[in-house]
Write a protein that binds this ligand. Structure first.
Ligand code: HEC
Ligand code: HEC
Length: 210
């Protein structure tokens, strides 16, 4: 875990790597450069919104920043759903708040379409084959593939797990197990109930390696 801000309580053990702080600055610059958008954020066209996302989520939708998820190849409905949950403050992500607060439904749909079309790439984090093997067994027992598909490519409101960042998968699996990540669905909290930290790491290595 990275440094923690003493002033504001970090949400769900959120880490604050330096890269994330720099990326947030770049994203805010992208908004500031678009003067008309500041005057009328509601009419900011989607082509101008995409550059506000890419400093964190990667120009090709594949994140290079610790604990920031890749969006490339995520099911369109999953992306739309999460953007609306974040805009409405149901899923609270401090880093993203300024970028979703005035998204219209149409913007959210267009962003979801854009990131869905990009090709997912492995993050380059080291993958431990022993953990992959252990993760595969747990995934079979817990039937992760029944919802996320056997390839873990995701469908409908169920996210792609294949090629997702290992660090983000661990972070988010913990937040389902321990409570802070609310979803449209309680399926995930049930799916990971009772698993240990090493079990979650094994699942993350397995999913990222698919
Ligand atoms: C300052 C960095 C930053 C910027 C800019 C940013 N995001 Fe994010 N985003 C994050 C982080 C960090 C998370 C995950 C937080 C968590 O769950 O701990 C996230 C999560 C998401 C998720 C959920 C993905 C998942 O797999 O659960 C979506 C969708 C998303 N962002 C879309 C966007 C879009 C679209 C934009 C541009 C309008 C954007 N983000 C701008 C940092 C950022
Ligand atoms: C009954 C269906 C179901 C099962 C079984 C299930 N999931 Fe999920 N999973 C979901 C849904 C639905 C979501 C999105 C929930 C939300 O909106 O937060 C999700 C979200 C996730 C996410 C968040 C990814 C992201 O990008 O934010 C991870 C990681 C995940 N599941 C891993 C797993 C693993 C590992 C297993 C097996 C141990 C599993 N899931 C079993 C339905 C399921």
């Amino acid at each position: 875990m990275g440094r923690r801000s003493p002033a504001r309580r970090p949400k769900r053990g959120e880490a604050r790597p330096v890269e994330l702080v720099v990326a947030a600055g770049l994203a805010l610059v992208a908004i500031a450069l678009c003067a008309p958008c500041v005057l009328d954020a509601l009419s900011m066209p989607v082509v101008e919104r995409i550059p506000t996302c890419t400093p964190c989520h990667g120009a090709d939708g594949n994140s290079r920043i610790k604990n920031v998820p890749s969006l490339a190849g995520q099911p369109e409905f999953f992306l739309l759903n999460q953007l609306i949950l974040m805009r409405e403050g149901v899923r609270r992500i401090e880093a993203m708040a300024p970028f979703v607060k005035d998204l219209t439904d149409a913007d959210a749909e267009a962003l979801a379409k854009h990131f869905n079309k990009l090709a997912p790439q492995p993050s380059g984090e080291p993958i431990d084959p022993a953990l992959v093997e252990r993760g595969a067994k747990i995934a079979t027992q817990r039937r992760c593939g029944s919802c996320h598909l056997p390839t873990l490519a995701g469908q409908d409101q169920m996210p792609r797990l294949a090629k997702q960042r290992v660090d983000y998968l661990i972070l988010t699996l913990k937040s389902y197990r321990d409570g802070p990540r609310p979803g449209a669905d309680t399926a995930m909290s049930a799916g990971v109930a009772g698993l240990t930290d090493p079990d979650l790491a094994a699942l993350a290595h397995y999913a990222a390696s698919r």
